[in-house]
Every structure is written in C-alpha cells, then in structure tokens.
Design a protein around this ligand. Sequence first.
Ligand code: NDP
Length: 367
Amino acid sequence: MKLYIVDLTPLLGFLTPWFVSAVVLGLSVVLPARRVLGYVRDERTGQLLRYRLNGPLVFVVTIGLWLLAGYSGPMPWDWLWAHRWSGAAGALALGIVASAVVVLTAPGRGGSVLKEFYLGRRLNPRMFGGRVDAKMFLYVFGATYLELNLLSFAVHHYSTFPGDPSPAVLLYVALFTWFICDYLVFEPVHLYTYDLFAERVGFKLVWGCLFFYPYFYGVGLWAAADLPNPHAPIWLLVLSALVFFAGWSLARGANMQKFHFKLDPERTFLGLFRPEAISDGERRLLCSGFWGVSRHVNYLGEILMATGLALSLGYPTLLASWLYPLYYVLLLVPRERDDDRLCAAKYGALWDEYRRRVPWRIVPRVY
Ligand code: NDP
C-alpha cells in the first residue's frame, strides 16, 4: 500500500494572512483603547463618531506574538518570506472575500453593483457592537502585517548572507518601521483624513489594506532580500535617510498643523507657525506654514519618503524598488485633483481665494 503524504505548507502559507487578521481583529476588540471623538459624522444621526483606538498596542502585542512564535517554533521568523507567494495569494483572496462580505451585506445605493463593489456602500461600518471601526482596523492590520513581512524578509536576508549582510536592508526596515509607527502613534490624526470622510468601505479600501498595503509597500525588499550586500557608499545611505526625513517632516508637519488648526484655529503651531487663515465669516482655510507653500505639500512629503526608501536599499538601479514611489505619484496626483474638486464645491469662493493665494498644487513653484 502506498502512503501519500500531502504537503500542507502552501495551504498554511495561504492561510497565514487570514490567521493574522483574526489575531489583529481579536486584539483590537479585547485590548484597552483610548476613546476619541472623531471628525466624521454618523450618516444617520449627524453626530460626530466616537472611536476606540488601540493601534499601537495591537501592533506591539502582534509583533511580540510573532517573536514568540518564531522563538518557540510554530512559525519560524522567515516563514512570511518562505511563503510570500502563497501568503500574497491568501491575502489577495481574503481581500476579495472580505470586500464581498462588507459590500453585499449593505443596502445598495442605487448605482451599478460593480461600482459599488469597488467603491463601497457603507461610509463608516462598525463591528462588535461599535467596539471596532472597520476602517481603523483595516489600517492597523495593513500596517502590522507590513511590519511582519519586512521583519521576516530581513531575517531571510541576514540568514542567507551571515558573513556579509547588507546594512542597507537594516536601514530600509528601520525607515519603514518609523513610517509605520508614525502612523500608529498619530492614529487620531488619521480620523481627519480623506479616507475617513470621503471614502466608503469597498474593494478599494478593503483589498487595499488586506493585500496591497502589506504586500506591495515592501516590494523593494521583496526584490532585494535575496541579493548580496551591494556595498552602497555611505553617502547614498545618508542621502536616502535625509530624503526620507525631509519627506516625513513635510507630511507630518502639514498634517499636524491642519489637525491643530481644526481643534483650535488660534493656536500657534510648534510655537513657530502663527495661523493665518482666510474666512468667509463661517468657514476658515489655513494659508500659512505648510499650507502656504502648496495646497498639498503633505503629498510631496509622502512621495519623498517613498523615494528615500527606494534609495535606502543601496541598489538605485533596481526597478522594483521604484514601483513604490511611482505608485504614490499615481495615487496622489489624481487624489489631489479629486480633493480640489471636493473643496471647490464645499468652500466655493473661499477656495478660489485660497487657490489664488497658494497657486501650487503639490510641488511649490513646479506643479
Ligand atoms: P489632506 O490631509 O490634505 O486633507 C484634505 C482635506 O483637508 C480637504 O478635503 C479639506 O477638508 C482640508 N483642507 C484642505 N486644505 C485646507 C486648508 N488650507 N486649511 C484647512 N483645511 C484644509 O489629504 P488626505 O486626507 O488625502 O491625506 C492625509 C495624509 O495621509 C497625508 O499626509 C497623505 O499624504 C497621507 N496619505 C498616505 C497614504 C499612504 O499610503 N501612506 C495614502 C494617502 C494619503 P475639510 O473641508 O474637511 O476641512
């Protein structure tokens, strides 16, 4: 009698994102959270939404569990690298299934089903009796799983080239970890962003956070983890960190200045930027500091951060690492146009005045 032994590891690789998403969701429900009043209003009641936010804690506990699982055996630290293709397929399938569940369980909005599947029906769905906001969970999952992928890919690199590992891999993971932790630390600021007030929960957002965010953002390391140390000159690594932090200062600075302006329009930001605003007597727009140099200098910041990350791998001619900054250009240029249209409709003549005062869309004096 022949005994067939089926290798289940590809299936386990496929199921890993499903399992991790269940862990992150469970932790989001049970871990303590700070309660924050949001910026977006409930569609039905018109009341400001309240949030339970515990992203940083969920992140730390998940990374801790991953470390423990690698140390004690069930999931080696390079598991996500070894099963990156089946894991990506699993995340892709999870994104499709979760999108279908979120969209098809909501009442239709009268448009085409395909369009509603892509853009979503519900604006701010909640889970577990309101304990978890679907959008905020999706972002925490995407950020946490991206970090796990980066750590696992780096483990693969360091175990493949123990004698001459690339310090650029360490730099790349450190900069990306900064990017992820920055998002989590400033989680409440995200409540004031376009995704929260303008986008519905459909395939774009669900699949984007469950698959695209954790698997595509680290595409540079996906390509470079298997490559030997490029012995990049130190000036290139320093330059990449400078470009990254210049971008971070623009993005974080602009977001924080607007956040504080919304909470207290008179407050001087960082003790440096006295708020100058234009007003139509009812509404105000900030036109000083970061918001005086271009109308979306934060988008320039994101593109610079992505450029710094692409350079930090030490392989400036590696095409895969440039896909990430290219993605930001393709995402943010049309998004700025959409936001501009939205604001023109919302603010009318006040927005025209702002455009006159601050003529640049994203890059001062260029675009
Ligand atoms: P913004 O933070 O620029 O928000 C735009 C909104 O801000 C407008 O709709 C308007 O909303 C308000 N606003 C615009 N101009 C002014 C002004 N002069 N004064 C006061 N309010 C103003 O864009 P996003 O929400 O798109 O992005 C938020 C952050 O997230 C950015 O840093 C962006 O780069 C980042 N991001 C990151 C991504 C990633 O994958 N890492 C992807 C996309 C974005 P209102 O009328 O309600 O005040």
